[in-house]
Every structure is written in structure tokens, then in C-alpha cells.
Design a protein around this ligand. Structure first.
Ligand code: SF4
Length: 162
């Protein structure tokens, strides 16, 4: 059976930096959950972060790929370098996805871990920019197709679930 990795917060788990979830209610998710297809996972919890925690962003003008290559950092709002935990969480997510046989992932957009269409500027000013989070980048580099929470119907149309 094809399985789908999904950001834990989209399943309502209160794991975000601010201590809440980001529940998405969708008929496909309900069906996939009942079928046991969904593997809920939070990269930042896997990377050792607490709830709540300070918000963190990829440095201005840098990409997730830069962070993974050691050329840029992820900093929290106090300026602490939290890159190592984010990278560890990304690797743990890939390991979990591979073990579960996930070829698709539904990830929370905007996150420095899970973002796929956008991340924030790195200046904690609420400004968006195009780009991936580090977990999304690692999964995509390893052949796992990434979708955001607004693309669940598109994913359903693409899947030929077995
Ligand atoms: Fe949600 Fe991903 Fe952030 Fe965890 S790391 S709280 S799953 S967006």
C-alpha cells in the first residue's frame, strides 16, 4: 500500500513552535487516515526541539540547499544557530519516509523545515520568499514528491493508490 508522509501539525498535533497544531480537514485525508496510509511526522521534534520554541528562519538570501551544504544557517529569533537540529530532523524524516515506503509527502508550507512553495525572509518580518525548507529539500532530493496542504486534491488526482 502506498503511504504518504504528512507534517504532524497538519494532523492537529500541537508541535509547532507556538505550541499549537495546524489541523487540515479534508475528505481525502480522512479516508487515507482510515486506510492507514498517513505517516505523521514532525522534523523539528525529531531534531530535538521543544514545544514551544522560538521561531526560526533560514538566513536572508540563503536557501535550504545552502544550509544543507554548510554554507548558510538557520537562526532562531534570538540569533542562535539551530541549523544542526533542523538538519538532523530532515534526515530523520527521510529515514522514516523511506522505511514506511512513502513516495509522496504533504508538508506545511512556509516552515523552515516543511516549506515547499515559500519560506520567510530570514528577518522575522513576516515577508515571504520562494523556496524550500530543509526537510522538503532533503525529501525532494531523494525522490519523494512534495505537496503542500493546499494541494491534497491535486495529490489525490495524481496518485494511483494501490
Ligand atoms: Fe509542522 Fe513541520 Fe513545523 Fe513540525 S516542523 S511543526 S511538522 S511545519
Amino acid at each position: 500500500m502506498d503511504r504518504i508522509l504528512i507534517s504532524s501539525c497538519l494532523m492537529g498535533q500541537p508541535v509547532r513552535y507556538d505550541g499549537v497544531g495546524k489541523l487540515v480537514v479534508h475528505s481525502h485525508l480522512t479516508a487515507w487516515k482510515a486506510e492507514g496510509r498517513l505517516i505523521a511526522f514532525c522534523p523539528e521534534i525529531a531534531g530535538g526541539f521543544a514545544v514551544p520554541r522560538l521561531p526560526a528562519e533560514i538566513e536572508p538570501n540563503a536557501t535550504a540547499q545552502d544550509v544543507l551544504a554548510g554554507k548558510a544557517r538557520i537562526l532562531d529569533s534570538d540569533g542562535t544557530d539551530v541549523s544542526a537540529g533542523f538538519i538532523a530532523g530532515a534526515k530523520a524524516t527521510l529515514s522514516t519516509a523511506k522505511k514506511a515506503g512513502c513516495s509522496h509527502a504533504i508538508l506545511t508550507d512556509g516552515s523552515p523545515s516543511c516549506g515547499s512553495g515559500f519560506v520567510y525572509s530570514g528577518r522575522f518580518d513576516g515577508v515571504r520568499r520562494s523556496g524550500l525548507g530543509v526537510t522538503a529539500a532533503v525529501l525532494a532530493q531523494n525522490g519523494i514528491r512534495i505537496w503542500n496542504q493546499g494541494e491534497i486534491s491535486a495529490l489525490a488526482n495524481t496518485l494511483s493508490l494501490k
